[in-house]
Design a protein around this ligand. Structure first.
Ligand code: DQA
Length: 425
């Protein structure tokens, strides 16, 4: 029989936990909306093997458990309950792992930095604990605390802000717990909220051009640790970004840059240029020597210089790759996953034969533009099909080197517009 797992909480209709757990393990995962007086009897009923616990019962469950992990005991909060073979109940807290992952994936480097944690509820307490564990200087900001929203000027030196309040959450969007302009030294904003993809606070951070990460990777990370506790099987932490992206694609219909990971749909940030990859296929290293009447007299080195100049002009980072081998090109495309915003590709002769290159472009789904130096459409019949082109947003052919410049320009414009559209919708 499949393991009987699930989630207990107050209101669960918006929960994404079933979809996340479906990507982590092979067990049943049901939602149980309970009233407070139903929590104890449910736990005693023994109708489950493993549970997640969410708002408002993370503390409610504690008296019904036989043993607590160190994290759960320290935080006084349980989000995972395991029913052991002898029927006893063990409570753990994997939210702390989620918070540590959020900080780690932000790349902010917490040690020695002042971190403002907004909100003093369960998530706020977890954030404070995680920051402390990583050697940061955590300051809790709450409406009624000593450090509050009226005296933020005390913390002008803060470098990171973490929101653990529900301010800005769907359906009450458009509000921010703080005005980021009051905190000029902040270089990274993390929000526990993941609906909407970018809260008002994260939008302010994006406007400043600093790191802005929502809570989806934290949700996935805590689920991963819980899944391990349910099944007893270790899962590699490095699947967290990938699972986060898959869930983001289902949840938002696209992968916003606020889920982090900085891949295909990353917004152009002032201090963080777009990363483009140029791939040239077989025989293009022979430019200048090969059929100069078709491809011109300039060599491959001149093409590289031209591409670099075009990239500088467009203000993007560029990496160039050339190979005469189909598999090496596939490897390069796969290697771009997770670190490249756009691909410019001249697959050369593989254009007309390679389904593998087409599949690789589709697999990574990084926006790509196809380039050909010659006007392939007016050449031999066997050049009239382009497999790679089927995965590209546009083709520039017959313009010589200029096609690469146009491709870079086009891709930059495309990515900028797509991101803006996504955020304005
Ligand atoms: C090419 C066109 C291809 O048909 C040919 O096989 C090449 C170069 C071009 O850039 O014009 O090698 O991709």
């Amino acid at each position: 029989m499949a393991l009987r797992c699930g989630l207990i909480g107050g209101r669960l209709i918006h929960s994404y936990s079933p979809q996340i757990h479906a990507k982590l393990g092979d067990y049943e995962y049901k939602l149980y909306e309970l009233r407070e007086d139903e929590v104890g009897p449910f736990l005693k009923s023994g109708c489950f093997d493993g549970l997640n616990v969410t708002i408002p019962y993370k503390k409610t469950v504690v008296p019904f458990l036989d043993e607590l992990s160190e994290d759960a005991a320290r935080l006084g909060s349980v989000n995972t309950v395991i029913r052991r073979s002898d029927g006893t109940l063990y409570g753990d807290n994997t939210d702390i792992f989620g918070a540590l992952k959020l900080l780690e994936l932000s790349g902010a480097g917490v040690a020695g930095k002042k971190v403002l944690v907004l909100g003093s509820g369960g998530t706020g307490v977890t954030f404070m604990d995680a920051v402390g564990k990583l050697g940061g200087i955590a300051v809790n900001i709450s409406r009624k605390g000593e450090d509050n929203y009226e005296n933020l000027d005390r913390h002008i030196d803060a470098e990171i802000v973490m929101n653990a309040t529900p301010v800005g959450m769907y359906p009450d969007t458009g509000k921010s717990p703080v005005d980021l302009d009051l905190l000029p030294n902040v270089k990274c904003v993390l929000d526990a909220i993941y609906n909407p993809a970018a809260t008002e606070l994260l939008l302010q951070a994006r406007k400043r051009g600093i790191k802005a990460l929502n809570g989806l990777c934290m949700l996935v990370a805590q689920a991963l640790r819980s899944s391990e506790l349910f099944t007893g099987k270790k899962l590699p932490d490095n699947i967290i970004p990938e699972v986060t992206e898959k869930i983001a694609a289902e949840m938002y219909g696209y992968i916003p840059d606020t889920v982090g990971i900085g891949r295909a749909w990353a917004a152009p940030r002032p201090e963080n240029k777009l990363n483009f990859l140029v791939i040239n296929g077989p025989n293009l290293n022979m430019l200048g020597i090969r059929e100069p009447e078709v491809y011109g007299k300039a060599g491959y080195k001149a093409l590289l210089e031209f591409i670099r100049k075009s990239a500088d002009e467009a203000g993007v980072n560029i990496r160039c790759f050339q190979s005469n081998h189909e598999g090496a090109i596939v490897d390069e495309i796969q290697g771009a996953y997770g670190n490249t915003d756009g691909i410019i590709i001249n697959p050369a002769a593989y254009t007309h034969t390679s389904v593998a290159i087409l599949d690789a472009l589709k697999a990574v789904s990084i926006p790509a533009v196809e380039v050909h130096i010659s006007d392939v459409s007016s050449r031999e019949p066997f050049r009239q099909i382009s497999y790679a082109g089927m995965a590209c947003i546009k083709t520039f052919a017959g313009m010589g080197f200029e096609g690469y410049r146009q491709a870079i320009k086009h891709l930059k414009q495309y990515l900028t517009e797509t991101t803006e559209k996504a955020y304005n919708s």
